[in-house]
Structures are given as C-alpha cells and as structure tokens.
Design a binder for this molecule. Structure first.
Ligand code: TXA
Ligand code: MG
Length: 319
C-alpha cells in the first residue's frame, strides 16, 4: 500500500479529516517525524502504541497549534512555563505540565502530567490548525519509529519503519528532511524550577535565560521515558563510540577527521547543527548498507553537542 503523500492544502485538509475519523497520519516536524493520532480518541491512540510496538504506560506528547491551547490540556501552569512557551514555541521544546481532565490516562500513561509541544514545521502547524477546524483538540505524536529504533527524519524513513503496521486510510505526509534532526528538549514544569528530562536543541542555558531560574537535569526513575531505557535510538548495526574504525566499519565523524582506508563514511558534518541533522539518517544508512559496526566520534562541547552525545550513548547500549 502507498501511504506517502506530497503536501498540498488539500492533502493537509484530508489528513486532518482522517485524524478526526481515527486514522493515523505521520507528519514532518522540525525535530523528527511524528506518528499522529487524535489525542482525544482512545482507539486512535491505541493504534499508535500498536504501530510503534510501544508499552502502553509510556506517555505521548500532545501537539497543539499555539500557546493558547495550553490551558485546555494543562492546569496550574507556572509563570516560568509560560515564559518558555513564549520564547520557544513554535519550536523543539516539550513542556510537561499538570494535566487537565482532557488529558486522559491513555495519553499520559496514567501519570498526572501531560507533555505539550507546538512544532515549528509549517506542515505540522497547518495540520494541527486544520484538525482544530474540524473539532480536534490536539494531535498525539511520538516519533514515527518502532520502539527502541532510530527516529525518522524523512518521510521515506517513516515508511521503512512503519508501513507494515499502517492500515488503509492512514497517511504519511512528506515535508522533506527534518531541520533539527534530534527530538525536542523536554522540560518538566510541575515543580518550583524547570527540570530537563531530555536534552535537545533548546539548551539548559536557553531555559535558564528564558526563565531566570536554575534548570536542573534529571531522569527520575519514576518517570517513564523510553529514551532513558538502556538501549534506544539504535540501528541494527552495533554502534561503537570513539574508537578507530576498521576496514568494513561505517564512520560518522566531524569533517576534519579523515576516513581510514576501507572504512565507509556515513556522515562528515562541518557543524554541530549538521551533525544533529544528519545523524539519524547516517545510522539508518548503516543498516541499508548491511554494515555490522558503525564507529561514531562524538562531538565535544555543550548545548546541541551534549544532546547528540546523550542519544549516541543510548544508541551504543547493548540490546
Ligand atoms: O521532537 C519530539 O518530541 C518528537 C516530535 C514528533 O514531536 N516526539 C517525540 O515523541 O520524540 P516520543 O514519544 O518519541 O518521545 C517523547 C518522550 C517520551 O520519552 C515520553 O516518555 C516523554 O516524552 N513524555 C511524554 N509525556 C510525558 C510526561 N507527561 N511526563 C514525562 N515524560 C513524558
Ligand atoms: Mg521516540
């Protein structure tokens, strides 16, 4: 079955209607592609979990059109969360807030909090707005990969990951490669100060500058975040960090690092932004080429580089 669709105003309208009638629509965002379903429809959300093969107690992010939608899904929103939303939405930031009655257990994995994000991709925003126009309230969307696998940054990668699990009527909207390439920063805003649960393009420093508060970094074991499990963001090939690549290995490394003889260069980024943007596609191409080992030289530095190292360390965990 062909699920891929180029985006016109008409396709986005019909995708919004498909969502409203319980179908799944994978769509581009600036971070990675998401697998969307109606966040108010338990059957649609159950299909997201089934398509991903994801355990049901892992919460989903609800994607909304603007800051105005926050009050529908969340309550007791602290001032600093509003500052973050003002400064970084639309953008690669997810806010975890106390949930309203709209955010039911099937979205939050039974937790008393809900994750909200306004994505910056024009197709994502147009889809959410059209979905609102037909009575929808928010689009639940995890990254559009099978549980534990590498997040997709192109529509073709979504198709490779999920086509066998989609049904007639589901869609994959093609909006070109994702510009950021790493999943959103997640900030827990339920305490007195912001707590960073997942690193991303919005850095701890940016959170501190926006809120005037100290941002803590944490992965409390009580919070279910698949990204904190041992093996995640993993291709089939074994990922080995910071060693010298042998002939036959794949190599992902900054462009100033030469490629040893017999090594297959998968990415040679010249900036940290390019490193993030190309990383997942490079890991994916290792599998397409049937490589058994990918050597990755981690980038140094703070901010986005720290987010890249976070993902690499998880993808290098043994399964
Ligand atoms: O960039 C992104 O965030 C992408 C795009 C599609 O928006 N989405 C994404 O979703 O990465 P997912 O489900 O693959 O990762 C979301 C993470 C999960 O680790 C989930 O456990 C965590 O967010 N999360 C969602 N709601 C939460 C909540 N209420 N409390 C704590 N963690 C939450
Ligand atoms: Mg994910």
């Amino acid at each position: 079955m062909n699920f891929l669709s180029i985006c016109t105003t008409e396709t986005i309208k019909s995708a919004a209607l498909a969502l409203k009638s319980g179908e799944l629509v994978a769509f581009p965002t600036e971070t990675v592609y998401g697998l969307g379903g109606d966040a108010s429809n338990p059957e649609a959300v159950a299909r997201i979990y089934a398509a991903k093969g994801r355990p049901a107690d892992h919460p989903l992010i609800v994607h909304i059109a603007s800051l105005d939608g926050m009050g529908q899904w969340a309550r007791d929103i602290p001032e600093y969360a509003i500052a973050l939303a003002r400064d970084f939405w639309p953008g690669p930031l997810t806010l975890v807030l106390k949930r309203s009655e709209l955010a039911q257990d099937f979205i939050t994995g039974g937790q008393e909090t809900v994750g909200l994000r306004v994505p910056a991709h024009p197709i994502a925003l147009a889809l959410i707005k059209e979905f609102n126009a037909v009575g929808g309230k928010g689009i639940a969307a995890p990254s559009a990969n099978r549980f534990g696998a590498v997040s997709p940054t192109t529509a073709q990668a979504v198709e490779e990951e999920l086509a066998p699990y989609l049904l007639e009527g589901d869609l994959i909207l093609d909006g070109g490669p994702s510009l950021v390439g790493l999943e959103s920063t997640i900030v827990d805003c339920t305490g007195p100060t912001p707590m960073i649960l997942r690193l991303g393009a919005i850095t701890p420093l940016m959170v501190e500058e926006s809120t005037g508060l100290v941002a803590l970094e944490s992965n409390p074991t009580g919070i279910k975040a698949p990204g904190t499990l041992d093996s995640h963001y993993s291709p089939k090939a074994e990922v080995i960090l910071d060693v010298i690549a042998e002939p036959g290995d794949g190599l992902i490394a900054p462009d100033q690092i030469p490629t040893p003889n017999g090594v297959i260069r998968l990415s040679a980024p010249s900036s940290i932004e390019q490193y993030a943007r190309e990383l997942y596609q490079a890991l994916r191409s290792a599998d397409q080429r049937g490589l058994s080992v990918v050597v990755v030289l981690q980038p140094g530095g703070d901010g986005l580089a720290a987010a890249i190292r976070d993902r690499l360390q998880r993808s290098a965990q043994k399964k």
